[in-house]
Design a protein around this ligand. Structure first.
Ligand code: ADP
Ligand code: TYD
Length: 206
């Protein structure tokens, strides 16, 4: 089963992806946890280019193609081989991030986004996607309490992120059978329960 997590920065994706991974491992399942952009030696190098604050002039289309290149490498090198061997593959971000950020946020033509998303993954779709929904106020409050500095992507304007959030909400409606909207303001345990309940309905192995 291929499970992805989506949402804006600090929405709680990594926390929930890790909890799910630990839950599966504890119950004796084969599982791996990867993140985007990154997850392979080549993809981590692309990640460094993407998040480097010195690259302030990067065009949205350049950004999109780099995220897609990183994804292609991760998909072929790690995700597909593990799915073939019967693993649960949990991915912290996948192509919905490109649709939300570079498409809805960066205004790259949506037809281009959907076409390249398909090419970069050879059509591999997640079985289920958890979109953890928080607003920018909550994200900013968490950033402040963590004292976390901003990378290049996180330095974009508030309008951009509101478009990203709107994009994710729209995806959860357009692909409601796959993209599950989770209220990110609930506490960590409640969210994990919501996620496990949805997954249990989909697979008896969870
Ligand atoms: P992301 O991977 O989406 O950037 P993280 O999982 O790293 O987010 O979480 C960002 C911060 O928010 C961490 O300090 C984490 O402990 C905290 N956090 C995660 N989930 C919740 C939640 N449901 N409520 C409050 N804080 C949370
Ligand atoms: P990361 O530190 O992994 O953020 P997070 O912990 O929130 O996942 O940085 C990844 C950044 O790249 C994040 O700001 C979202 C952005 N991104 C895109 O804009 N498009 C994409 O396709 C992907 C995968 C990520």
């Amino acid at each position: 089963m291929f499970i992805t997590f989506e949402g804006i920065d600090l929405s709680g994706k990594s926390t929930q992806a890790k909890l799910l991974y630990q839950h599966l491992k504890k119950s004796g399942k084969k599982a791996i946890l990867v993140r985007e952009p990154g997850g392979t030696q080549i993809s981590e190098k692309i990640r460094d280019i993407l998040l480097d604050k010195k690259h302030s002039k990067m065009f949205s289309l350049t950004e999109f193609l780099l995220f897609s290149a990183s994804r292609q490498q991760l998909t072929e090198e790690v995700i597909k081989p593990h799915l073939k061997k019967g693993y649960f593959v949990i991915c912290d971000r996948y192509y919905d991030s490109s649709t939300a950020y570079q498409g809805y946020g960066g205004q790259v033509d949506m037809k281009t986004i959907l076409t390249v998303n398909k090419i970069a993954t050879n059509g591999l779709k997640p079985d289920i996607t958890f979109f953890i929904d928080i607003d920018m106020k909550e994200s900013a409050a968490r950033r402040k309490s963590m004292g976390k500095t901003k990378d290049r992507m996180e330095q974009k304007k508030i309008k951009y992120f509101n478009q990203v959030i709107g994009g994710y909400r729209s995806l959860s409606k357009q692909y409601c059978w796959r993209v599950k909207l989770i209220d990110g303001k609930k506490n960590i345990d409640e969210i994990q329960n919501d996620i496990l309940n949805i997954l249990k309905k989909k697979s008896k192995h969870v």
